[in-house]
Ligand binder design. Sequence first.
Ligand code: NAP
Length: 329
Amino acid sequence: MINLGIVGATGMVGRTFLKIMEERNFPIKNLYLFASHKSKGTVIEYNNKVYEVEALDVNSFNKDLDVLLFSAGGNISKKYAPIAKDKGIIVIDNSSYWRMENWVPLVVPEVNFETIEKHHGIIANPNCSTIQAVVPLKLLKDKYGLKRIVFSTYQAVSGSGVEGLKDLEKGIQLPYHNKYPYPIAYNVLPHIDDFLENGYTKEEIKMIEETKKILDDNSIKITATTVRVPVKYGHSISANIELKNKFHLEDIFKLFESSDSIKVLDDIKNNLYPMPLIAEGTDKIYIGRIRRDYSLENGLNIWIVADNIRKGAATNTIQILELLLNRRH
Ligand SMILES: NC(=O)c1ccc[n+]([C@@H]2O[C@H](COP(=O)([O-])OP(=O)(O)OC[C@H]3O[C@@H](n4cnc5c(N)ncnc54)[C@H](OP(=O)(O)O)[C@@H]3O)[C@@H](O)[C@H]2O)c1
C-alpha cells in the first residue's frame, strides 16, 4: 500500500490514471489530488470515496507521499518534480521535460523495464506515439536489427488534452479553433508542438530521440512527420522500417502475435485492420497492414494504432508504478 499523489488530477491523463487504478484494484493507502487554483475544491470520486482537489503550491508535498504522478505539462514538472525528489518522493512524469536527461530512465515496461533500477527520483513516461511504436520495434530489433525507420503519424486531438477535444467538438458545429492555429474539424494539420529551426516540430524530434533512447541504439536512422487528425482518441502510425537482416513475412506476424501487449489485426480479404475506433478505451497496441516494402532489400511497412490516453500515457505510467512497487517488495 502506498501514499500516492497526482499532479494534474483533473486533466485527461490525470483522470485516466484514476480510472486505470480502479480497474486494476490498485492498492493505495492515501491519495492526494492536485491541479491548478481554478480546480481547488473540485470533487473527484475514486473507489467509492470522495477526494477534494488541492491547488498545487510549493508546500503541497509536505505530506506522507511515496510516489507522485505528474501530468500537468512541462513547466509544472520542471518546477515541482525537483521539490518532490528532494523530499524523497519518487516522481513518474508524463511531460516531456525530463525525458532526455541522461540520469532519467525513459520507460516502456515491455521494452526496457530494467532501466528503472537506475532511477534517481524521477522516471519519465515517453511521448504517446513513441510508446506504441517502440513495443513492436523492440521485437524487430532483437530478431533482425534496425537500420532505418520513417514514421508518419495520424494523431488524435485528445493528445492535446481537453483543449484539443474542444477544438474538434465545437469545430464540427461551427467554424471554431482555439488550441490549434487552424480548425481541426474537417482538416489535417502537419503540425504538432512547436516548430524548430531545422524545420521539424518538437513532436517529431521527440519521436526520433526518444525511440533511440528507449531502444538504447543511437545508430538507428530515424525520421518522422507527425500530423494531427480529426479523431478524438487513438493515434495511428505508419512505420516504414528497414531491417538489417532478411525476414519472412509470416515470421513477422508470429513475432508480433507472440507479444501480450500487441494484437495483430491483419486480414485484408475481410477489410480487417487497426483503427482508432477499435483501439479506443483499450490497452493493446494494434498492428496491421503488415507487408514488404519492395523498394528496399529488407523493407517492412506496418500500421500501429493505440489509445494515446491509455497505453500512450496513463496505462504506461501505471505499469511503471507497478514495476516500482514490485521492486520495493
Ligand atoms: N493527452 C495525451 O495523449 C498525453 C499523452 C502523453 C503525455 N501527455 C502529457 O500529460 C500532461 C497532461 O496532459 P493532458 O492531456 O491530461 O492535459 P489536460 O487535459 O489539459 O490537463 C492538464 C492538467 O494539468 C493541470 N494544470 C494546469 N496548470 C496547472 C498549474 N499551474 N498547477 C497545477 N496543475 C495545473 C490542469 O489542472 P486544471 O484542470 O485545474 O487546469 C489539469 O489537471 C502534459 O504534460 C502532456 O504533454 C499527454
